[in-house]
Design a binder for this molecule. Structure first.
Ligand code: HEC
Ligand code: HEC
Ligand code: HEC
Ligand code: HEC
Ligand code: HEC
Ligand code: HEC
Ligand code: HEC
Length: 464
């Protein structure tokens, strides 16, 4: 009797964990990763033909016992009967945008037609903003995946990531042109994947994306700042090699300035339209008209046809930042249509959240948390840019951030002032905006799952 209860209980907990895990993955992915075949039950007919597949096995690999089987959504999986590991890759689909000038309806027009020029076009006349800006996390949040921009180590042994399956490990390499490759070494099988885009300025880590024709996928191995090594990408299962996770528009919408999405697709884009980094025009609007005007009228000293966010209402200012810092919700419009001055609620059905760990695409949900604070509720003008200078890299400078608190508070107003003394002015942050783990960004290693810590924007007295 008691044993039965125990078994039922274990099953319930098991199911709950599976549910939570799938929900968590869903937040990251919003695409399915279920229905993986159980390799012990593969029928002979499931073995793919080896003839003209671009991901064919060599004769030696077949002799070694490897097989190709169908995965989800037309993907292919490399499996071995004596191994629990697998390598999953997308079957390349023919590009429909071989002709980059092909007209696209709907949201689809090349970046130039949308009026985007890229940050370099602003440098000529706004040298100071540009110089400072290229140091920021926004600028660096997506970069070409060349050796210079890769944060992980290529030193022998450190360039290797082992897994809990002895037959499977990864090797990170560069070639003479500085291209970055991840090699999957699965028994005697070795497959090389070349990265195209490095995502993440690297405060927490960096993830790598690659193109297969005009479809964009995420790579298995990411880099993690703490403890400074190669790790399984968030949500990936240790002991597998997954090169078929689609990079959906939501992901690039937060991490690039522009990438022309091909309507109806999950992860296909007009490659040539890409403007990497969250750069000038994401916060100021497309710059073509502005640049054309000022090039023709060098004597006009008043900016034309461009948005200065400080002219917007406070809600519009916060919404501008919140389009990428709000957590999660249901999309109401095609990607990349939001322009500075627009209202967030017209683009997203924003979920109401309370906990810092809730809802985020690992973004820690800054706006919703800030709104809970007395600082926000009892002052009329608190926005993201009250504390964050958009063109400067200030991360880590706690003393500087504390001066922003002191714009509204006097240090002696703090209940801890007597105890800490005048030096309290150097750090209002540690006590009132504590770091808290982001449960939406778990990185799995062979032995542990880690959650990076982010600032909680609910400014408060802890324990109150
Ligand atoms: C040919 C010169 C030129 C180029 C190129 C240029 N700007 Fe400007 N911009 C100006 C001038 C002149 C002003 C008005 C003086 C000022 O505010 O610096 C201005 C003002 C601005 C303002 C403030 C507007 C206001 O109403 O206060 C913003 C924002 C701006 N530019 C953004 C950009 C962005 C983004 C780019 C690149 C896409 C860009 N500019 C490229 C000349 C230029
Ligand atoms: C298009 C999406 C997007 C918009 C719009 C956006 N951000 Fe970000 N922001 C990001 C991403 C992505 C990161 C993470 C960059 C990284 O570390 O790779 C980030 C990082 C940050 C950081 C942390 C890095 C640092 O420098 O300390 C701050 C602060 C920040 N954003 C504030 C803002 C503010 C303020 C605004 C509005 C003026 C804004 N963001 C608008 C996407 C965006
Ligand atoms: C809703 C906007 C949003 C979406 C969607 C999103 N991110 Fe992010 N991402 C952020 C923000 C904001 C941060 C910065 C976290 C912070 O510092 O608060 C970030 C951080 C990161 C980092 C770490 C950056 C660093 O400096 O260490 C990586 C890597 C990353 N994101 C990759 C991805 C990938 C891959 C996807 C798609 C599967 C994705 N993100 C989807 C907003 C987003
Ligand atoms: C994350 C959003 C964001 C990005 C990216 C961004 N800006 Fe701004 N910019 C702002 C905000 C907000 C203001 C108004 C408040 C302020 O100046 O701090 C502003 C103000 C300006 C102004 C008005 C004068 C001034 O300095 O206040 C200019 C010019 C400008 N930005 C140019 C640029 C250029 C050029 C780039 C790219 C190299 C760029 N911005 C990138 C948000 C951004
Ligand atoms: C735009 C002005 C403004 C800024 C900037 C600001 N606050 Fe506040 N803050 C307020 C107001 C108004 C209140 C409510 C009245 C009070 O308690 O002083 C408040 C309340 C607080 C409280 C009491 C909270 C509670 O729940 O009782 C703390 C703690 C606090 N602020 C800390 C900070 C810290 C730390 C910073 C910087 C990171 C900061 N504030 C930035 C305006 C501001
Ligand atoms: C009262 C000041 C204040 C306001 C307002 C504020 N922030 Fe922050 N924010 C901070 C401080 C302080 C940090 C920690 C900086 C550091 O560790 O270097 C921070 C960190 C961040 C980070 C870096 C990731 C992390 O959590 O460690 C992001 C992203 C961010 N803020 C976005 C925003 C956005 C978006 C808004 C508007 C909704 C906003 N912030 C409003 C003070 C503020
Ligand atoms: C060592 C931790 C610590 C530091 C550092 C700190 N605070 Fe506080 N703060 C507290 C505590 C604890 C309280 C509550 C004290 C009480 O209730 O008696 C508090 C209370 C406050 C309050 C609310 C006061 C009230 O009576 O409503 C404000 C505002 C505040 N702090 C602002 C700041 C500012 C601004 C700084 C930086 C100059 C700062 N704090 C630095 C711990 C700290």
């Amino acid at each position: 009797m008691q044993k039965n209860i125990l078994i039922t209980l274990t099953m319930c907990i098991g199911l709950a964990l599976v549910f939570l895990a799938s929900r968590r993955l869903g937040v990251w992915l919003q695409s399915s990763d279920k229905n993986r075949p159980d390799q012990t039950q593969l029928s002979a007919t499931q073995q793919a033909t080896l003839s003209d597949s671009p991901i064919a096995l060599s004769e030696q690999e077949v002799a070694d016992g490897f097989r190709l089987v169908d995965g989800d959504q037309g993907n292919k999986m490399f499996v071995h009967p004596q191994s629990r590991s697998w390598l999953e890759v997308p079957l390349p689909i023919a590009s429909t945008t071989g002709d980059a000038d092909a007209p696209l309806e709907q949201a689809g027009k090349p970046a130039a037609a949308m009026g985007y020029l890229g940050p370099q076009a602003c440098a000529e006349c706004h040298r100071n903003q540009h110089l400072a800006f290229v140091e920021t996390a926004h600028y660096r949040t997506s970069l070409p995946a060349n050796e210079e921009n890769i944060l992980g180590s290529f030193e022998p042994t450190q360039n290797q990531m082992n897994t809990n399956q002895s037959q499977l490990h990864f090797e990170m390499k560069t070639d003479e042109q500085g291209h970055f490759f991840q090699d999957v070494v699965f028994g005697n099988l070795r497959r090389s994947f070349r990265a195209d885009i490095a995502t993440g300025a690297g405060f927490i880590g960096q993830t790598y994306l690659y193109w297969s024709n005009d479809a964009l996928y995420q790579m298995h191995v990411s880099y993690f700042r703490e403890p400074d090594r190669w790790v399984n990408s968030p949500g990936y299962v240790d002991g597998t090699a997954w090169y078929a996770r689609k990079v959906i528009p939501k992901c690039v919408e937060c991490h690039t300035t522009y990438m022309e999405w091909i309507p109806g697709s999950d992860n296909r884009y007009q490659k040539s339209s890409t403007i990497l980094g969250v750069t000038c025009e994401r916060c100021h609007g497309p710059g073509k008209e502005h640049v054309d005007f000022h090039q023709r009228n060098p004597n006009v000293k008043q900016g034309r046809s461009i948005v200065n966010p400080s002219d917007l209402s406070l809600t519009q200012q916060n919404d501008l930042c919140a389009q990428c810092h709000f957590g999660s919700g249901e999309r109401l419009q095609p990607p990349f249509l939001f322009r500075p001055g627009d209202r967030l609620e017209d683009y997203w059905n924003v979920e109401e959240l309370s906990g810092p760990e809730e809802g985020g695409v690992h973004s820690s949900n800054q706006l919703a948390r800030l709104k809970l604070s007395e600082c926000f509720q009892q002052s009329s003008d608190l926005t993201c840019i009250s504390c964050h200078a958009p063109h400067h890299q200030e991360r880590g400078d706690i003393k500087l951030f504390s001066t922003r608190c002191i714009k509204c508070h006097e240090p002696p107003d703090c209940g801890a002032f007597e105890q800490v003394g005048q030096s309290i002015s150097d750090d209002c942050i540690s006590c009132h905006m504590p770091l808290s783990a982001d449960n939406h960004l778990p990185f799995e290693s062979a032995t542990t799952v880690q959650f990076p810590k982010l600032r909680d924007h609910y400014i408060r007295i802890e324990g109150k």
